[in-house]
Design a protein around this ligand. Sequence first.
Ligand code: 3PG
Length: 206
Amino acid sequence: MLETLSLASHGPVIPVIVIQRLEDAVPLAEALVAGGVKVLEVTLRTPVALQAMEAMAKVPGAIVGAGTLRSPQDVANAKNAGCRFGVSPGFTEAIGSACQQHGLPLLPGVSTASEVMQANAAGYGFLKLFPAVAVGGVNLLKALAGPFPDVAFCPTGGISLQTAPDFLNLPNVKVCGGSWLTPQDAVDAKDWARITRLAAEASALR
Ligand code: 3PG
């Protein structure tokens, strides 16, 4: 089973992807992989999300995970769709148990010190800080490094190509997440070359 921290070894940015039309799923994944971005978080936010994950998981080079896991049923669905990891905006014991039961490595979301402690207590040491900028961004991550020097973060939410280096320069940040690699207007225009350029730019960070 994949170790979630290994996701950070594939590049500095994990794209947070919302698929509105199933037909876009494979070309979008191919465009990202062509730009050097292999780890893809596909959110469970649209009716076609599960089918999209299933299709994208078959794209050579892609490591597809499910984002927006909110319930044990979401975990089961993501696993059945072929996802190799899961990401949740927050953390509950129910999500943690379901991920263990289904063998789905989890990157759980936190936004406070108490939540870091709860996720740590459940065995998680690599956490998504969400929504990163809204809850304090770089300053919060610096502050959390004091009491939690052994905890690694993937900040996500409100980060851009311009601000990502500020996060990636922090010792407790291993990778960051963001939706800027897959702008909806580029997807609507099927401008896959633009997505590949955005992915290549993100891959070159750090
Ligand atoms: C999300 O889960 O929606 C992420 O936080 C994406 O946030 P962003 O659109 O600000 O990158």
